[in-house]
Design a protein around this ligand. Structure first.
Ligand SMILES: Nc1ncnc2c1ncn2[C@@H]1O[C@H](COP(=O)(O)OP(=O)(O)OP(=O)(O)O)[C@@H](O)[C@H]1O
Length: 241
């Protein structure tokens, strides 16, 4: 269970999160949507303890994450862009993480699943973008975390690998994991999300199922519903000017 309680974050004069309040339960997939720069990654990084909040609290399984680094062992994070120690190969990187975490891991099943057996000894800097993304996925799943967070997970993946990743995410949900993702791919949202959380102007504009979102905007297609919300905001800004 993740509870985000009234969090605020500014970068200089830019107020990015302005009192975000949300609760996420195990066994569900939450898709964070919102225009570019609406604060999705900042919110995710706050949960990961990578952002110093100005106000508010985040609790994981009832525990405040502040001054508590151990909770991070229960989170698997797949960032938008994988940054690796470039001179290592995949197995050296995996060994390094296992040495640091000292936790049971099941990387072999994911190496087979993403068909990366032949890439094990190749330097990470020489892998293609999509292959690096698959390595990223292995690192996310291999310690069997209770919480999984994906920031634009489909970036660079070919269609077969993308389907494989979505299937894995759904399997993890069935195991009772709490899953968060940000994406601009609305097909991914329709396929995966139990709940949509739409961020706008630093606040949660909408939280509910895809059907509820469609109903709230009186639209049949998610793309059109999202466009309607964004256009309403732009129209309001024009009126202010
Ligand atoms: N470390 C930082 N320093 C200064 N500004 C930052 C920092 N991190 C994020 N921002 C700014 O905060 C705002 C929100 O950024 P964020 O990456 O959270 O948006 P996002 O919703 O994930 O966007 P996108 O859909 O483009 O990925 C942006 O204007 C961004 O430039």
């Amino acid at each position: 269970m993740i509870e985000i309680q009234h969090i605020y974050k500014s970068f200089g004069k830019l107020q990015v999160l302005k009192g975000v309040n949300v609760r996420m339960e195990p066994g569900k997939i939450y898709a964070f949507l919102g225009p570019n720069g609406s604060g999705k990654t900042t919110l995710i990084k706050s949960i990961l303890g990578l952002v110093n909040l100005d106000a508010g609290e985040i609790l994981i399984n009832g525990q405040n994450i502040k001054h508590n680094w151990q909770y991070k062992n229960g989170i698997g994070y797949m960032p938008q862009i994988a940054r690796f120690p470039e001179n290592l190969n995949m197995m050296e990187l995996i060994r390094m993480l296992k040495d640091i975490r000292k936790m049971p891991s099941c990387e072999e099943q994911y190496i087979r699943y993403f068909e990366l057996e032949n890439f094990q000894n190749k330097a990470l800097k020489n892998l293609s973008g999509g292959t690096r993304q698959k390595v990223n996925a292995i690192l996310t799943f291999m310690f069997n975390p209770d919480i999984l967070i994906f920031d634009e997970p489909s970036a660079g993946l070919d269609p077969v690998s993308h389907i494989k990743l979505k299937d894995l995410i759904l399997q993890e949900k069935e195991k009772g994991k709490t899953i968060l993702l940000t994406t601009h791919m609305l097909s991914e949202v329709e396929e995966l999300a139990d709940e949509v959380i739409y961020l706008l102007d630093g606040k949660i504009y909408f939280q509910g199922t895809v059907s509820e979102l469609l109903y709230s905007q009186d639209e049949l297609r998610l793309e059109r519903a999202i466009a309607k919300i964004t256009q309403k905001k732009t129209a309001k800004e024009r009126i202010k000017v």
